[in-house]
Design a protein around this ligand. Sequence first.
Ligand code: NAG
Ligand code: NAG
Length: 342
Amino acid sequence: MARLMSVLLPIVGIAVSLLWAVEAAVTLPKPMKLEWHYYKVHNTCDDAEVYIRHQVTNFWNQDKSITPKLVRLLYSDCFVTGCDGSILLNGANSEKTAAQNRGLGAFVVIDKIKQVLEQYCPGIVSCADILNLATRDALRLAGAPAYPVFTGRRDGMKSTRESVDLPSPSISFDQALAYFQSKGLDLQDMVTLLGGHSMGRTHCRYIEDRLYNYKNTGKQDPSMNSTIANQLRKLCPPRTKNGQSDPLVFLNPQSGSNYRFTNSYYQRINTHEAVLGVDQQLLYGDNSTLELVNEFAAGFEDFRQAFALSMSRMGSINVLTGKEGEIRRNCGYTNANNPNKI
Ligand SMILES: *[C@@H]1O[C@H](CO)[C@@H](O)[C@H](O)[C@H]1NC(C)=O
Ligand SMILES: *[C@@H]1O[C@H](CO)[C@@H](O)[C@H](O)[C@H]1NC(C)=O
């Protein structure tokens, strides 16, 4: 707890009590340009957040995998050119067509919410805000801490594959930290946000090297627990033929198909049972990293606080506000390119 509190306490922020008011208030610094309940405060779409929560709940009741899909979508949006909804844009060369973004899902959730909001208060609520709010709501349903989402983002008008710089999931600790720092985030944000891998799945191709040929040794990654390595080799047989299938495996077999958000992700790092290389690497970071991993593994409450802070920081990366960007009518198209003009 020592390190976390030293990070949280000096923050002069506003205290906001959480939605669903079941948990204690979290004190968060207000991001520079965003506002708490923007659409209510400006009296432009009072119940926008209620409509979003309702739609997310409907989808989640049908398919719990929307939670990790939305988290991944938000990460892909915010880390590349900022939280401007650019990942949602269609187009032959758009961000969503980049190799790193293959297999993204949950676009249908965002599109449905947008459709509902366009009926209720047309041209008001940005796709970038919808993505941030919907992700929070889906995480909350999966058991993650509710956290305040500041709003007032506007939507970007550009999206190109070339700007997608999302790193491989096998990068080293130092490379991962440098990447997070290049986006204005810090070590605690990285350790915390990687906890999103508490849920969701990955393709076998991203862990093949760890299972069969770590750093061209012809052996498994020595940092991987042999029990889980054996299990994963059964699920991910060696790829010997072109066109062989590339199955999906759970990032955290412990939460698996029940899609519960827990801190077991951190416990599994300590027992060498992380699936992705970048996750297991946290065990080989500096002492502050280890302190955070142990702190989060030991207590959900510390993780909850840190998670609220880091999600808020990620949601503030390079946001567009004021007269920047636009409010899209359809999240898949800029208004100028919208084929239906609605
Ligand atoms: C490997 O995982 C098991 C649980 O599956 C755990 O009991 C054991 O301590 C782990 N081994 C190491 C070296 O972390
Ligand atoms: C890291 O922790 C180890 C063992 O707890 C200690 O010996 C070492 O001095 C620490 N390193 C730093 C840089 O604090």
